[in-house]
Design a protein around this ligand. Sequence first.
Ligand code: PBG
Length: 339
Amino acid sequence: MRPRSALPARAPAPGEPPLRLRRLRRTRALREWVAETDVELRRLVYPVFVRPGAGGPEPIASLPGVDRYSVPDLGKLAAALRSEGIRAVLVFGVGRRKDPDGTDAWAKDGVVPQAVRAMKRAAPELIIATDVCLCAYTSHGHCGVVRAGAVDNDATCERLGRVARVHAEAGAEVVAPSAMMDGQVARIRAALDQGGYDSTAILAYASKHASAFYGPFREAEQSAPEFGDRRGYQMDYRNGREALRELEQDAAEGADLVMVKPALTSLDLLARARRRLAVPLAAYQVSGEYAMIKAAAARGVVEERPAVEETLGAIRRAGADLIVTYFAREFARWTREDP
Ligand code: PBG
């Protein structure tokens, strides 16, 4: 047998290309046949914003098409999502009251525990993940407890453990800490286990950069910091090796899944993490990424569906197993109506 490398096609004649990769691009059937990756609906996670009180869905100006729901509406929403083929949601609560420590975040009757119960009742198979952070509950809007003008890491981790436990108690299968405190995953794991919630999984926002693309989310959550910014805990976007250390550390602390965000600015990290880690990998196509496509589509500058498919496709190609995206419902509808 000749070695593979010595199996050339006939030598190209002068002026002929050595390789004709266009052969498999010639027809749609061929392209579909050899496509390397797909964005399957089962991989998408839909973010759900929950506000206190009652009353119908409230639009969010900076996130067109995304609403803030009150608890009484969530049963209906959960059932609708399931029937549309959505498998999982990521729940964000807005505090009923805000104080310096964010105490409403771990109230047993808080907005998120109530939301989880309502959704679980209506759609038991819908997987519920909850965002675990303090920023929508603190009066200053930071992701943790502030002591002497700075976010106190260890005191915050202790609070995050309580938040996670309350979410688990309500029935969330997955808790997703996003505060970027050191040691938060280990602390939450311990709090869950001590509370008897050893089967509740942790999806760690492990590589989270301080980003210009969280703006619309902060309007949705009313969680913009009152002073300073989040660069004292979220990562500098210039750092990739540091992101890998965060990912490895969170996996070592017991994260069941790890996430990178924003997605489109982290494709390199997804690809590197895919090779280095065996844990399932998620990417968060954040609010600003969504809003940009929406704005461009509204102005007729890009076509929405192909733009969304291309970005989600690139995130998959880079290595994400799961993608959190505000486009999940529209993606489901597009594939339903015109596969
Ligand atoms: C909470 C949190 C944020 C996002 C997810 N969890 C905001 C932030 O860190 O400022 C951003 C999600 C988005 O922009 O869609 N800490």
